[in-house]
Design a protein around this ligand. Structure first.
Ligand code: IP8
Length: 252
């Protein structure tokens, strides 16, 4: 097995039907899992998935976001349980294909302190060492002075990529990449200013997980990251050139 470590996010809107409550998009999940099965024999892989129609309905019902917290334990548990169900579905689909997938549930180990995420990666590193494919998910986390808030899959991807010194990062989403003002996929982004007109808002005013926020987070990583859709997943695994490549390296 190669030493290459890839962190892949499967967007919640890719693997679920976003407008139908707690409904998996079976066909898309199967496609994603087939591609993962083909690659994980040869390289180390961490999978992170988003909430889609599982986490987000519950989060909205209980008024919880990444900044608006709640002290209602039963509401936070409802969000966590729904995410657990989706995680179980993803893990099962991978295991059915012979992938050594193991669930990773952030609520039990992660928290935010003054807005900074603390997500210990020791157990994920140990799983990788033993040849497993850790599968983490967006979740709720205890957040200093706010009760519990939402931890997005994107934030988990960024944190784990740094802690585990990932070689590459992929975000599989419902769009084929970052789009320019004419609606065409931008091949490569080296600096935020180059795409600011297309993305509109800056990092400071977009904290809700929109494309601008994603691009800023990925530019801050030390390794290349790509944003692509399900059609681009195999190509991402092959040579990392699917969709939009975000150069990384800590550029602005
Ligand atoms: O879909 C959010 O993760 P995301 C997860 O990656 C929950 O933003 C719990 C809504």
């Amino acid at each position: 097995m190669s030493e290459t470590l890839t962190v892949l996010k499967l967007g919640g809107s890719v693997i679920t039907q976003k407008d139908q409550r707690e409904t998996v998009d079976e066909a898309s999940l199967a496609r994603a899992c087939d591609a993962i099965e083909a690659v994980c024999k040869d390289e180390r892989l961490v999978v992170v998935h988003g909430g889609g129609s599982f986490g987000h309905h519950h989060a909205a019902e209980h008024g919880v976001s990444d900044t608006d917290g709640s002290t209602d334990a039963s509401g936070l548990t409802a969000i966590h349980r729904a995410m657990g169900e989706l995680n179980e579905t993803v893990v099962d689909a991978l295991q059915e294909r012979g992938v050594g997938a193991l669930p990773v549930r952030p609520l039990s180990v992660a928290h935010r302190e003054e807005g900074t995420l603390d997500l210990p990666a020791g157990s994920v590193a140990a799983m990788l060492e033993e040849g497993f494919v850790p599968v983490a998910h967006g979740d709720v986390v205890a957040d200093s002075g706010r009760g519990g808030t939402i931890l997005s899959g994107d934030d988990i991807v960024v944190s784990l990529s740094r802690s585990l010194l990932a070689d590459r990062v992929g975000l599989c989403s419902t769009v084929p990449g970052v789009l320019d003002t004419a609606g065409e996929v931008i091949d490569r982004i080296d600096a935020y200013e180059d795409v600011a007109p297309a993305l509109g808002e800056s990092e400071a005013t977009d904290v809700t997980g929109g494309m601008a926020h994603k691009v800023c987070q990925l530019l801050d990583l030390d390794v290349p990251a790509s944003i692509f859709d399900l059609d681009g997943l195999e190509r991402f695994f092959e040579d990392g050139t699917a969709g939009t490549v975000i150069a990384g390296g800590g550029s602005d």
